[in-house]
Design a protein around this ligand. Structure first.
Ligand SMILES: [Zn+2]
Length: 150
């Protein structure tokens, strides 16, 4: 492959999860900035989230993170199941995204249902774990608070 994929340039053995990482910005022809972030929840090649947990987090963060950050284009799970990609219009620092993620995950912890869990709104609605989503949310919030809230 001749194209350099930014995600493949990060050494996954030299990071400590959880963390927020800015992957880069794109400027559109009209001058808008599009920013991409990794929201890494678990340590690469050491722990991956089960699909039910990451899928429930995907549904929950789709709403909760948009309540905290404006102009989110997409937040979607990584295929390796260690976190999420966040793509948004407009630039922010890693810390600003980290603080927003903490607030969104606290809402996950207090949730008693997952949105859009039905065959009309989801492609695999039976594979969901609210319990798992909350457990990972608690773990990530505790560690991100140590990092971003002193
Ligand atoms: Zn779904």
């Amino acid at each position: 492959m001749k194209i350099v994929v930014e995600s493949f340039t990060m050494d996954h053995t030299k990071v400590t999860a959880p963390f927020v990482r800015k992957c880069g910005n794109i400027t559109t022809p009209k001058g808008d900035t599009i920013a991409k972030f990794d929201l890494r929840f678990t340590q690469p090649n050491a722990e991956a989230m089960p699909t039910g947990a990451i899928h429930a987090l995907e549904h929950l963060l789709a709403g909760y993170l948009r309540e905290e950050l404006s102009d989110i284009i997409d937040i979607s799970p990584m295929g390796c199941r260690t976190g999420f990609y966040l793509i948004k219009l407009g630039d922010l620092s890693e810390e600003e995204v980290g603080l927003a993620l903490i607030k969104a995950l606290k809402k996950v912890i207090n949730s008693d249902e997952i949105p859009a869990v039905n065959p009309i709104q989801c492609g695999n609605y039976r594979d969901m774990s609210l319990f798992g989503a909350k457990e990972y949310a608690k773990e990530v919030v505790a560690k991100l608070e140590n990092k971003y809230i002193k």
